[in-house]
Ligand binder design. Structure first.
Ligand code: KIV
Length: 268
């Protein structure tokens, strides 16, 4: 077992310097957060992916600031060690930097998060600067940014064309200069992720971005086999929890109907 000491932003940044990989997963509720935390995950993202895998929407767009505050509170209540970062929902930071600051502040003040994550590169530079100057740590997110699904028309790999790759390299530089403490790279070629990782001093966290990033993140419900609706190529399933739940519930239902549950030992 490693150290039980709280993981801080400087520690996460130091891990890159030391060449230590950063392990990150998502959580939306207390019980999952406690399980991830005792298993010594470095960073828990309260992702807006909760709109899909927790609330059943088709995209991440519908989730609100209030709902993300609730998820953040539920997660941080269960965490003592991991760094906790909350995803800022669609349109909670794009309108103007003042709005972004007000909304981001709620995730720290009311939610208890250690920082926030925003999708976008050079176009959100001013907003990132404002948050960082106000004492709110920011994680960037470039490549396939799911809040832009209506622009992309789906979830295609990004950065395959030279122009796109150059823009992503520039976006990474912008976020570093604006003061972001780390950066998610989603669904881009491994070679491009390697170039970006080597070109900036802040850690990169990959999801579908190959092995050269400073850390990795997956949606917990995907890697545990709890969310089965689709499985992108980059998801490795470490368990098949949905199957276990189906089998257990079917067994319980059968035993109740057959009068086999509860037994006398399970009764008063
Ligand atoms: O919402 C999310 O879960 C994310 C990922 C990076 C996993 O943004």
């Amino acid at each position: 077992m490693g150290s039980q000491e709280k993981i801080t932003i400087p520690k996460i940044m130091k891990m890159k310097e030391k060449g230590e990989k950063i392990a990150c997963l998502t959580a939306y509720d207390w019980i999952m957060a406690t399980l991830l935390d005792v298993s010594e995950i470095d960073l828990i993202l309260i992702g807006d992916s909760g709109a899909m895998v927790f609330a059943g929407h088709n995209t991440t767009l519908p989730i609100t600031v209030d709902q993300m505050v609730y998820h953040t509170q539920s997660v941080t209540r269960g965490v003592t060690r991991a760094l906790t970062i909350t995803d800022m929902p669609f349109l909670s930071y794009q309108v103007n930097p003042e709005d972004a600051l007000r909304n981001a502040g709620r995730f720290l003040k009311k939610g208890g998060a250690d920082g926030v994550k925003l999708e976008g590169g050079c176009s959100i530079l001013e907003t990132v600067q404002k948050l960082v100057k106000s004492g709110i740590p920011v994680m960037g997110h470039i490549g396939l940014t799911p809040q832009s699904i209506r622009v992309f028309g789906g979830y295609p790999i990004q950065g395959k064309k030279t122009g796109e790759a150059d823009r992503l390299k520039q976006d990474a530089k912008c976020l570093e200069e604006a003061g972001a403490f780390s950066l998610v790279l989603e669904k881009i070629p491994a070679g491009l992720a390697k170039e970006i990782t080597q070109s900036i001093a802040i850690p990169t966290i990959g999801i579908g971005a190959g092995p050269y990033c400073d850390g990795q993140i997956l949606v917990t419900h995907d890697m545990l086999g709890l969310f089965e609706s689709f499985k992108p190529r980059f998801v490795r399933r470490y368990a098949e929890i949905a199957q276990i739940i189906r089998q257990s519930v079917a067994q319980y239902t059968k035993e109740v109907k057959e009068g086999k549950y509860p037994s006398s030992e399970e009764s008063y």
